[in-house]
Design a protein. Sequence first.
Length: 98
Amino acid sequence: MAALDNEKSRTDILNRLKRAEGQLRGIQRMIEEGEGCLPIATQMAAVRKALDSTYVRMTVCFMEQQLQTRLGADITGKDAAAMSEMFDEIETLLGKIR
């Protein structure tokens, strides 16, 4: 299985995970302080969405890397822009299936 080689994508994914981690700590604090179930459930739903979004981003990054590896590093100019646009659209579409 391939690793995340793109530094920008790796940083983006790590930042998303750190944000979700902060949200989880907030939920733990809410439970410890006796908050109501509805606000806790709302925060849990937000964390789930954040993790789903991160998973989609990681999947698209993997797809980009695999395609670039198989096609070679000769993708430049108009082709690179078209491929980037295609992956943005794929990420948007995958994000809607949650």
